[in-house]
Design a protein around this ligand. Structure first.
Ligand SMILES: *Cc1c(COP(=O)(O)O)cnc(C)c1O
Length: 548
């Protein structure tokens, strides 16, 4: 016999937070969460992952159906915990995989509070003071970057890709006014470096510009856009009557931490805009989703070095800071707090130097008659999203307050110190070579070579000499094998998990160069784990040599 609905309802009510203060039920809520955390804790070991990395069964997943009867909260949450099995613990010092941070506790709580009460950032009628949190987090960040906060403003959105989408949308509207109504009817391009994120291509595709209209400018050895080539490509576009939807300067590339010279980009764009007497100024966007955090060093006194970083660290930080401090020259900037800001996903902001430019993408009021009847702040008038979560801004606000400038300086300074320590070792060893030598962030791209290869000359010849194509391919394969070995060991709890990039960049004759990659982002990283990377490298090298 089926239970009457009233009993089912009664049971389900237990699964909701109580609308009126009920401390006994609060305890049940918290305790339920605690039990989940306990279960997760039981999945931890010395290894940098939760539980076991199991074979993923999509076939079974596709057979899933909804059951007839409800399950209780305890059963459901404990089933959910099982899905964490095999996840990397990004904050583990033995994990140096990618630009994925371990979120801080305040940012986790900041992200969770809105998920209990569901403020909707479409407007301040439904978000109340969480709307203030968004404005505050954006103001703090704009100020950190060096924008004039009387003018700057922005919104949180769905990731770094979202920030680029906003930038190009606004830039397109500047270059080709009216496309909101009429659609794109003329050629409009995005110019960016060949190391820019593929999100530039995604955006060109989704906005209807077409992927073929992304012009990728070749980069220098330090993985930054070549300004002279930007100038010639830009000139070609303008000469042929094309429009410029946006020029994207990447301030911290994903793999190598290359930073474009924004000052030169600005100079070139302005000069050509004048020369061609354009009736608009091409929009310059700084894709600083990774590099933004280095703006905490804008005012750091590298001479007196109050936080007492090592000399090598100071040199690295000062080098990056030189270009990061140029960000205010861009018309807009993209920020991922969920990368170098140690926030949970998703926490990304799009910030404009002049927030009035949001008008260019605003919907007229009459299309949204059911919203905005009261209140003052209505981001829903210009956001792509309708419902927007308060989790991103609250998490960002949590960390901006937790860290302050000095906290983030110390954290980033430590990560860079660790990366520099790794480089010191890799540079001093005959079998290894650092590839992104001129990029001084937390990421190190390197290659390892078999016994007997002269690493003083070979890496350079691989990069430049077409006669070395076969060598390059052979060593690509060698690095893949070394990587596979390191990975295997690391998953058993020995050594460190690093990653591999299939094409860190192309050789001058168009062949992909494979690189090993260490991305140090754990606050718990320490010199001993840097040594562990080297130890795993030597072990893997031996194992691979024995295999042959
Ligand atoms: C990660 C990244 C993006 C995309 O950001 P998401 O938050 O993953 O959407 C864009 N640009 C750069 C340089 C990135 O590293």
């Amino acid at each position: 016999m089926t239970t009457p609905y009233s009993d089912i309802l009664q049971q389900l009510r237990e699964a909701f937070p109580q609308p009126v203060s009920n401390r006994v039920h609060d305890a049940y809520f918290v305790f339920s969460f605690l039990r989940s955390l306990d279960q997760v804790d039981a999945m931890k070991s010395d290894r940098p992952l939760l539980g076991e990395s199991e074979e993923l069964d999509y076939h079974a997943a596709m057979q899933a159906t909804v059951a007839d009867s409800p399950q209780n909260l305890e059963a459901v949450t404990s089933q959910l915990v099982e899905y964490l099995s095999g996840l990397f613990i990004w904050g583990h010092p033995r994990s140096q995989i990618n630009v994925v941070p371990s979120p801080t506790i305040p940012s986790i709580i900041g992200g969770m509070l809105p998920s209990i009460y569901n403020p909707n950032l479409v407007s301040d009628e439904s978000a109340r003071k969480i709307a203030v949190a968004e404005v505050e987090a954006i103001a703090m960040t704009a100020d950190l970057l060096g924008y004039d906060t009387k003018q700057a403003g922005g919104v949180f959105t769905f990731g770094g890709t979202g920030t680029l989408l906003y930038a190009v949308k606004i830039g397109l509207e500047k270059a080709c006014p009216g496309t909101q109504q009429t659609g794109v009817s003329e050629r409009a391009v995005i110019l960016c470096s060949d190391h820019a994120h593929y999100a530039c291509t995604t955006v060109a595709n989704w906005l209807g510009l077409g992927e073929d209209n992304v012009i990728r400018i070749p980069t220098t050895d330090d993985n930054a856009l070549r300004p002279c080539l930007l100038e010639s490509h830009l000139r070609d576009v303008l000469k042929s009557g094309g429009k410029v939807a946006a020029v994207v300067a990447t301030m911290g590339t994903t793999d190598a931490f290359g930073i474009d010279d924004l000052e030169q980009v600005r100079e070139i764009v302005d000069r050509l805009a004048d020369e061609f007497a354009l009736d608009y100024r091409p929009h310059i966007h700084a894709d600083a989703v990774i590099g933004w955090a280095w703006s905490v060093f804008n005012d750091y006194d590298f001479e007196s070095n109050p936080l007492r970083f090592r000399a090598r660290t100071i040199r690295a930080l000062a080098h990056s800071s030189r270009r990061i401090r140029q960000i205010p020259l861009a018309d807009s900037v993209g920020i991922d707090y969920h990368k170098t800001g140690f926030c949970p996903y998703i926490s990304s902001a799009f910030i404009l130097r002049d927030r009035a430019e949001l008008k260019r993408i605003s919907r007229p009021d009459e299309t949204m008659p059911y919203l905005f009847q009261s209140g003052k702040y209505h981001p829903g008038k210009f956001t792509l999203e309708t419902t927007r979560s308060g989790s991103g801004p609250m998490a960002a606000l949590a960390n901006l307050r937790l860290f302050g400038r000095q906290g983030l300086q110390s954290l980033l300074g430590h990560l860079v110190t660790m990366a520099e320590t790794l480089r010191e070792h890799l540079e001093s060893h005959a079998a290894t070579t650092v590839l992104n030598r001129e990029n001084f962030g937390p990421v190190t791209l390197f290659r390892v070579y078999p016994e007997g290869v002269d690493t003083f000359t070979v890496p350079k010849r691989e990069r430049t000499d077409p006669g070395f194509r076969d060598e390059l391919r052979k060593h690509n394969e060698y690095n893949r094998r070394v990587f596979a070995r390191i990975q295997e060991e690391a998953l058993q709890g020995r050594g460190v998990v690093i990653s591999l990039t299939d094409c860190y960049r192309e050789s001058e004759y168009g062949e992909p160069i494979v690189a090993l990659k260490s991305y140090i982002l754990s606050p718990f990283s320490d010199a001993e784990y840097v040594d562990a990377v080297l130890q795993s490298l030597w072990d893997a090298r031996k194992a691979v040599a024995n295999d042959i």
